[in-house]
Design a binder for this molecule. Sequence first.
Ligand code: SF4
Ligand code: SF4
Length: 499
Amino acid sequence: MATAETAFTGNAKQQRSPSTPMATEPPAPANQPMYASRPEIYPRSVKGAFRKLKWAGLWVLLGLYYIGPWLRWDRGPGAPDQALLIDMPGRRAYFFGLEIWPQEIYYITGLLILGAVGLFLVTAWAGRVWCGFTCPQTVWTDLFMWVERKIEGDRNARMRLDKGPLTASKTFKKVTKHIAWLFIALVTGGAWIMYFTDAPTFVVDFVTGQASTALYGFTALFTATTYVLAGWAREQVCIYMCPWPRFQGAMFDEDSLIVTYEEWRGEPRGGARKNQSFEGRGHCVDCGMCWQVCPTGVDIRKGQQMACIGCALCVDACNNIMDRFGLPGDLITYDSINNQLARAKGEPTRKRWFRPRILVYIGVLTIVASIMVFSLATRSRLEVNVLRDRSPLFVKLSDGDIRNGYTFKILNMEREAKTYTLTTDGINGATMAVIGHQKESVPTVELPVKPDDVAPFRIFVTAPRAALDGKSTDLDFVLTDNHTGEIVEHATVFAGPGQ
Ligand code: SF4
Ligand code: SF4
């Protein structure tokens, strides 16, 4: 492997690779056909502050993802004890002590809004941090590249291996790499499934061949997508498939942090030897390290590009080179446009963290988060749905009274059996009969509901004709929790024949 030391002694041949005519230019397809074939990218390993940050983020995020389904949370008998679970058959989402019913899907909407605005805020502050450090595509591609490097070696070794003939050693390395990738993809796909079913049960069922066809199918699907996207597609997902790079520019301003090359300091570039004078020339020694470490093959010296995911590995690479030549760091810098312009003019730099757009994002985040926290803290665990019979609208009884039918559903979202008292309000003399519970029509009925259940009741409300206001009279159902005293009211109408 050509070391950085040899690369900057002016021996350009040592930088050249079999697939690249010039080491200082990233590979590009010849003649630019309408659909260009993908130039293979062989990212070189690099050391530095941003690489350390990326490793830390990668291991933390992967750890959280793989460990997540194994965390337990005691919710009492009969309830799943998995801390993070989306229970599709049971129609519930569990997040530690929080239990979301389908009727409360707006909390998921709130979370998505928080996520989106949070992303806008981070992008306006620090550029493509999401893309470069935390996006699953970036994290798994980084992991797959790490595995590839461990098995096939660094950039030059991999290039030699791919160019070379098919030998036993090459076959062994390639097969080992793909087995390792498939194993990671299987664990990743399986972990995703575990967020939707009990993790220990799934693992036992999966390895003993007792899991359902659907579970095997979905595991295979997510295994295949992980393997293809992180192993084969890699940077093409960011460049061609992902919509985010296409509109994230709207969040940037001149004070957002971005990765850029300080052209005013780097040009005119050229090869250099150690201890030589840089008087009258730029600091870029044209070593090509910046694009050789780039996971998307970008030469950042050509200016900002959509393919640049902001991972800052080129900053590390260039800083290492600047160190070797005793030059100031940050020729490729992770800083704002304003600060770069200030440095070019010899003016002091400054960080403007709180700009109007940042304050707007923080404001929206605060409002949405406050609404969600307040709503969660005060949410009722009792809900009522009422559906009035449409056919017939009403029945005239032999004694002249009018009867309406309703389907009355009580959602008991607590894990204990409840008994509720139901009354009506708005029509004098109204009484109720409940099929299977209350045969005679009475003013007040008791309704039992099992723990964590939705109980439907067929209720017939009977009212004296004289108490009605024509064809439609307002009627309230008033439901009281006998244990807590919590009251839920539901407004509806009572249909009559008119005057
Ligand atoms: S910008 Fe830095 S890393 Fe890139 S070619 Fe110039 S000196 Fe090398
Ligand atoms: S140009 Fe630099 S910051 Fe952009 S993707 Fe490549 S290495 Fe990362």
